[in-house]
Design a protein around this ligand. Structure first.
Ligand code: PCA
Length: 324
């Protein structure tokens, strides 16, 4: 290479490096689920996309599995500016407003198509609610439909009676209690230990979480009751977002839109591939009996009736839009 051109290129590269590092922003991003989780893989891709689009100007370090901040505290950590961005299970915020929890109400939206329709109805409402806390949603992705993991075959709701049941939110806790089971909250990274120590003996979750946690080591039956399709959401602190220059803000929003599309596609694929993994590892996949489904749907109807009495107008407006 011609020496002058070589030096010019080197100087140019140095200038570019200096420019980027002078303005480079580093963000820590806490997430609740382990690295093998498709949501986490999707977030890592989201971070890579932003890094590439901003030429290293915004670097997001993903701290998975609740390693930086515990799941239940991620939302408030982003709100308080302790971290600029984070992921959590959206329906955990039901205690603030039922609008956040519509996706975890049993038998309201049980297919991806309905889950997407519900998100379309929910998004504007929760965007407004989150704005009051100076938070901005970037994207949300559904988990595969939720199914039942047990040691013996479950033919009716009565078979669930007394089972020590792993739960992850208030709606599931209620559902399990109404089915006569004994729910306990356990975060995903702690599931294997909860089963091995006998703290729990059954759970409702996706084929993804079941397969990621090697459910076959603890239970033998998977019954895809597909009772609801809950979501994770990624939110950003509004002040942290506003502090980015315009090009970087655009890069974040574009990467978020791509992550939402990609995440739902990953989720749909996981439903089949991870159910197959459960089977390959010796689990018996049992289609739910009509009697079991009817019993669970009765519980869902009871929960929905109670929900109608206590839910906020915002929450009800989501259900109204969804049912149109
Ligand atoms: N996995 C997460 C949330 C829903 C799911 O499929 C869990 O089990 O906590």
């Amino acid at each position: 290479m011609n020496k002058t051109i070589g030096l010019t290129i080197a100087a140019g590269m140095l200038a570019a490096t200096l420019t980027n590092s002078a303005y480079a922003t580093d963000w820590d991003m806490p997430t609740p689920y382990p690295d093998a989780t498709f949501h986490t893989a999707n977030i890592v891709q989201f971070a890579d996309d932003i890094k590439a689009a901003t030429n290293g100007g915004l670097n997001i370090t993903v701290h998975s599995a609740g390693s930086l901040i515990k799941h239940g505290e991620i939302k408030n950590a982003v709100r308080g500016g302790q971290v600029p961005i984070g992921e959590f299970f959206l329906s955990l915020l039901t205690n603030e407003d039922a609008a956040y929890g519509v996706d975890s109400q049993p038998f309201i939206a049980t297919s991806y198509e309905d889950a997407k329709k519900l998100w379309d109805a929910q998004k504007p409402v929760i965007t407004e609610l989150l704005a009051k806390q100076k938070l901005m949603p970037l994207y949300a992705v559904a988990w595969p439909p939720q199914g039942l993991y047990t040691t013996k075959e479950i033919k009716t709701v009565a078979d669930l009676k007394g089972l020590k049941f792993r739960s992850y939110n208030a709606a599931l806790e209620k559902f399990a209690s109404l089915a006569g089971a004994a729910p306990t909250q356990v975060e995903v990274p702690d599931i294997p230990q909860a089963f091995s120590t006998g703290q729990v003996e059954a759970m409702i979750t996706s084929p993804s979480t079941g397969a990621n946690g090697k459910a076959w080591d603890y239970v033998s039956y998977y019954t895809p009751i597909n009772a609801w399709v809950p979501k994770n959401i990624v939110v950003v602190n509004k002040a942290a977002f506003d502090a980015l220059d315009e090009a970087t803000q655009t890069a974040v929003l574009e990467a978020a839109a791509a992550a939402e599309t990609r995440g739902w596609e990953m989720s749909m694929k996981e439903t089949d591939t991870q159910t197959a993994v459960l089977k390959e590892n010796g689990m018996t996949i049992v289609e739910p009996s009509a009697e079991l489904l009817q019993g669970l749907m009765d519980i869902g109807a009871q929960m929905q009736a109670e929900w109608q009495e206590t839910a906020s107008d915002e929450a009800k407006s989501i259900m109204a839009t969804f049912s149109q």
